[in-house]
Ligand binder design. Structure first.
Ligand code: NCD
Length: 313
């Protein structure tokens, strides 16, 4: 694995390795850093972001990297520079890796094929969002341990959601049962997972993962009537009461309160929404460390031990 762009082809062993590493970073471990050696990373965000961008920055700094500041609105992108030329520029001035979010599906995959430094997908259009998926899976792993046989219900704007896609692929790889639920026009036939009625599935799921309505990806954005959507397709208090005793609620955020989920449930006992954000830092540290500190890991005892453990999964 030289890049981290998709959850489709990643193996269960690789995911387990990254989960264990996430755990180590969550417990405060840090890789050895060479003193006096400055290393740089850049985050090219062509789409808005709060959580992903900031948690990548924190992850990079915790690992000892300097972050090259890039703001699309104040860059040569406004003079028409291509993604490729922008990436080549930041590599030329010292970036060892590119973290990128772009509105076009596949823009990131294409870039990864063109560059010889690691490329990390921070969300490409309605394509994939693999680090979000890793932090989501880590949240479930912390809660339930083994993911085999876990029932995960993903609810909302499936067809436009990169979060749904990456999670569905990775969860299947780990042996979880993935169910999808959405209004008919937001179903995605490219995803080969069963669609279920929210009211029927709510009682048998261990995880209810809600998705934000991706209005920015809709051809003709419609005003969503809050109550109407919530009552038909969202997580109401009445539905939450019917969830299994230990089931948890997740949402990648930003949340449209009272549309995808009742405002009162966002911070309820079952909700892991803010935990997900916290774990995002450690999951991103795991990915960056894997891609950028590989040599040290491959020769070091820690890596050997971790890998042995992963292989026995
Ligand atoms: C998600 C994204 O940007 O795809 N947000 C995130 O990264 N936490 C989900 C969303 O915006 O709906």
């Amino acid at each position: 694995m030289n890049n981290f762009v998709s959850m489709k082809a990643i193996t269960a062993d690789e995911i387990m390795y990254l989960l264990k590493q996430t755990d180590r970073f969550a417990e405060g471990e840090l890789p050895k850093q060479e003193k006096d050696k400055k290393r740089f990373i850049t985050n090219l965000f062509y789409e808005p972001s709060t959580r992903t961008k900031l948690s990548f920055e924190v992850a990079e700094r915790k690992l000892g990297f300097e972050v090259i500041d890039f703001q699309v609105d104040y860059s040569s992108v406004r003079k028409g520079e291509s993604v490729y030329d922008t990436a080549k520029t930041v590599i030329s001035i010292g970036a060892e890796a590119i973290v990128i979010r772009h509105s076009l599906d596949n823009a990131v995959q294409k870039l990864a094929e063109q560059l010889d430094v690691p490329v990390i997908n921070a969300g490409d259009g309605a394509g994939e969002h693999p680090t979000q998926s890793l932090l989501d899976i880590y949240t479930m792993y912390k809660e339930f341990g083994d993911l085999k046989g876990l029932n995960v219900l993903i609810v909302g704007d499936i067809i436009h959601s990169r979060v749904a896609r990456s999670n569905a692929y990775a969860l299947r790889t780990l042996g979880a049962n993935v169910y999808l639920s959405s209004k008919p026009e937001w179903q995605d036939d490219r995803l080969d997972f069963p669609y279920v009625e929210l009211d029927e599935a709510i009682e048998m799921c261990d995880v209810v993962m809600l998705l934000r309505i991706q209005s920015e990806r809709h051809d003709q954005p419609k005003v969503v009537e809050a109550n109407e959507y919530l009552n038909k397709y969202g997580l109401t208090i009445e539905r939450e009461k019917r969830m299994k005793q230990n089931a948890i609620i997740m949402h990648p955020a930003p949340v449209n309160r009272d549309i995808e989920i009742d405002d009162q449930l966002v911070e309820c006992k079952r909700s892991r929404i803010f935990k997900q954000m916290e774990y995002g830092v450690y999951a991103r540290m795991a990915v960056l460390d894997y891609l950028l500190n590989k040599e040290g890991q491959e020769n070091g005892d820690n890596y050997q031990t971790m890998y042995a453990h992963v292989n026995s999964y």
